[in-house]
Write a new protein. Structure first.
Length: 282
């Protein structure tokens, strides 16, 4: 099936690259915000959305933990993208002329050492590829962009330096969202179950809630907490575990979790990306 997939950002952004890698031949639809990307899928204008969720250097993508639990969409897949940033300037510009470097806040954070070494002033832009477009439009050799390599050709910029990210393990995990659909069958291959929960406000509730995963031998690959409703005492947790909710071990662990929780919602059950096994075997 060939369809369309929405992403947040401008053409040439890392989310655009993730769409091209995971769904070659599909139409990639740029959106100004994550909410706009969700809306395109909800309305049927796009079949899927590609959304970054966390990065191996910068951590959790801002706001995504608040948006995912509130959407009616379902996680149906994941994609891991090795992140590369190039320093881009207008044709004929040099690094010595550069004074300001523009990019998304995460890109700037992921290239701190390079920025500091060249005495550049970091300026936050809404998007990596958007910063490349702005540099093109400004036509000023003192302003440069940190953007994915794809952006150079798209916006007619010169590459002043390649692979300037601080860490070469820099990888972003994306989740693929769709309208609600049936889960893959249990036993159909390596699967991941993603969910959010809120524990009861009683002593040791988190310890007791998570104990079932340990006693049932369920591997938890992600556990993050965040506050909700503006209360320091109200905490939600976002979790990824290996397995299917109908697997005996995970079913028992979720039943135990439910007993100690006031809220539990499964965000999706989806095939584990091969990148997971590659990193384990490394």
């Amino acid at each position: 099936m060939i369809g369309s997939i929405a992403y947040q950002g401008e053409p040439g952004a890392n989310s655009h690259i993730a769409c091209l890698e995971a769904y070659p031949g599909w139409e990639a639809l740029p959106c100004s915000t994550f909410e706009d990307a969700f809306a395109l899928v909800t309305s049927g204008e796009a079949q899927l959305a590609m959304i970054p969720i966390d990065n191996s250097v910068a951590g959790r993508v801002a706001d995504i933990h608040l948006l995912l639990p509130d959407t009616s969409l379902q996680i149906v897949g994941e994609h891991f993208l090795r992140i590369r940033f190039d320093l881009l300037g207008i044709p004929g510009a040099t690094i010595d002329q550069a004074q300001e470097v523009h990019s998304h806040v995460h890109a700037l954070a992921q290239c701190r050492r390079f920025i500091r070494a060249h005495g550049l002033k970091p300026v936050v832009a809404g998007d990596t590829a958007g910063s490349a477009r702005e540099v093109r439009d400004w036509n000023d050799p003192s302003k440069v962009s940190l953007a994915p390599p794809l952006a150079a050709g798209m916006y007619g910029l010169d590459t002043l330096a390649k692979d300037v990210e601080d860490e070469h393990h820099n990888t972003t995990r994306f989740v693929v969202l769709s309208p609600p659909q049936s889960y893959p069958e249990a036993g159909s291959g390596p699967l991941v179950t993603s969910f959010v929960f809120r524990v009861r406000n009683i002593a040791a509730s988190l310890y007791k809630a998570l104990g079932g995963f340990a006693t049932n031998g369920v591997n938890m690959t992600r556990l993050e907490s965040y506050m909700v409703d503006g209360e320091f005492s109200a905490t939600m947790f976002m979790v990824d575990v290996e397995g299917h909710p109908e697997d005996r071990a995970l079913k028992q662990a979720l039943a135990e979790l439910t007993f100690f929780s006031t809220e539990l919602r499964i965000l999706g059950v989806f095939p584990a990306h091969p990148y997971r096994q590659t990193k384990i075997s490394d």
